[in-house]
Design a protein around this ligand. Structure first.
Ligand code: GLP
Length: 261
């Protein structure tokens, strides 16, 4: 996994946006894997700016979100579908029918999970997957202990995740207990992944993800097996990493060979 250490949240968002913008320009019908949470919000703001100011064209782009709460309607204030509509989709020219978020109200959730996988496959697979990480090192809603080969599935949320996400609800009681999520095995099939992390609260998770053993106890650590993943982390989130000298050195020297890649 490549690690890029940046100053702060703003620089993390700039770096991530540069990668996504380049990918859309290179492949206008890009299949984007998208994440919710506060971490990618800055990235989405920059994509909106790139659309408004530089005409970044989403008209052929397709998107698949990682996860959705079970039991929340698409227009529920805290549903991930609504988050995506409000934070990105409504502000760019992506076609609504080309955006996909698992349906938390689907009847026959297991069938829905299999269909969601089929839709991704039929779209040609995810070209570029954006990921945040939970404090316990989960990606999407793949909580500790989830099989590293898992496919899209229904999962219970841990108490920690419910607590973390309760800041968006009136109380922890209102946070749904279950979610539909892409599995780790599904995420690993994306051609490229960008993992974003910001703030001291993510420092343990980042260390375990990047330098810890590959373990289902930290599902993000499975990305160490992925051939093309870059972790863009700010200094606070990188605070517990051990090999920072190497990451910085690699970053500084990268430009010298960039034109040969
Ligand atoms: C939730 C989401 C994850 C997200 C994580 C971190 O659990 N399912 O996709 O990465 O929260 O959220 P935040 O970016 O708000 O810290």
């Amino acid at each position: 996994m490549d690690v890029v250490i940046v100053r702060d949240y703003e620089e993390m968002s700039d770096r991530a946006a540069a990668i996504v913008v380049r990918a859309i320009r290179q492949k206008p019908d890009l299949v984007l894997g998208l994440a919710t949470g506060s971490t990618p919000e800055g990235l989405y703001q920059r994509l909106i700016e790139a659309h408004r100011k530089d005409g970044l064209d989403f008209s052929r782009a397709r998107s698949f979100n990682l996860d959705e709460y079970v039991g929340l309607a698409p227009d529920h204030e805290q549903s991930y579908r609504r988050f995506m509509n409000e934070k990105l989709f409504e502000h760019v020219n992506i076609k609504p029918e080309n955006t996909h978020v698992p349906d938390g109200l689907a009847r026959g959730l297991l069938r829905h999970c299999a269909e969601y996988e089929d839709m991704i496959r039929n779209a040609g697979g995810i070209d570029l997957q954006v990921l945040g990480i939970g404090r316990d090192g989960h990606v999407a809603f793949n909580e500790p202990g989830t099989s590293l080969g898992s496919r899209t599935h229904v999962t219970a949320l841990t108490r920690e995740t419910i607590e973390d996400n309760s800041r968006f609800f009136d109380s922890p009681d209102q946070v749904p207990r279950f979610a539909v999520t892409l599995g780790i095995g599904s995420i690993l099939e994306a051609r490229k992944c960008i993992v974003l992390a910001s703030g001291a609260g993510k420092a343990d998770a980042v260390r375990a993800t990047v330098e810890g053993p590959i373990t289902s106890a930290v599902t993000a650590s499975a990305l160490q097996m992925h051939p093309d993943t870059v972790a863009i982390v700010d200094e606070a989130a990188a605070a517990n990493l051990e090999r920072t000298d190497f990451y910085r050195w690699q970053q500084e020297n990268w430009d010298r060979i960039a034109d040969k890649l």
